[in-house]
Design a protein around this ligand. Structure first.
Ligand SMILES: [Zn+2]
Length: 135
């Protein structure tokens, strides 16, 4: 994890606040580490020391369904989620993501974008991230 550039890792700003105490760094919320949160899209990402956290509100999931090209016949929306069925809709999507891509595959649907990212890393020879074995 990278050091916060705003406070240089201290978690506090150099200046002293009105109460005589050091001012907590807003950029890293006092952790001293670069905050790795990506909230500019409907699927939000957060990277901690141990986890990759992905979060989407049910409202956003439904927004994606409503805006899907498959949900349009050219001029009108074809379908909407029934009232009271919002969690069942989300459950359906999650079960699909966890499902196997095909019968003779051990890959699940959610693995697809990860595999694409791994390909990008390997094909792009991202030397800053990856050490290649020399056989
Ligand atoms: Zn900071």
């Amino acid at each position: 994890m990278k050091v916060c550039v705003a406070c240089n890792g201290s978690g506090y700003y150099d200046n002293i606040g009105k109460n005589g105490k050091s001012v907590k760094c807003e950029s890293c919320e006092g952790s001293g580490k670069e905050r790795l949160e990506f909230k500019e899209q409907v699927l939000e990402f957060k990277i901690t020391d141990e986890s990759l956290i992905m979060k989407m509100s049910l409202e956003s999931l439904e927004f994606l369904f409503n805006a899907s090209p498959d949900n349009f016949n050219g001029k009108s929306q074809l379908a909407k989620i029934k009232d009271g069925k919002h969690q069942e809709f989300a459950e359906f999507v999650v079960r699909f993501l966890m499902d196997y891509k095909d019968a003779d595959s051990s890959n699940v649907n959610w693995s697809v974008p990860f595999e694409r990212a791994f390909q990008e890393i390997l094909e792009g020879a991202e030397d800053e991230i990856v050490d290649y074995f020399n056989y």
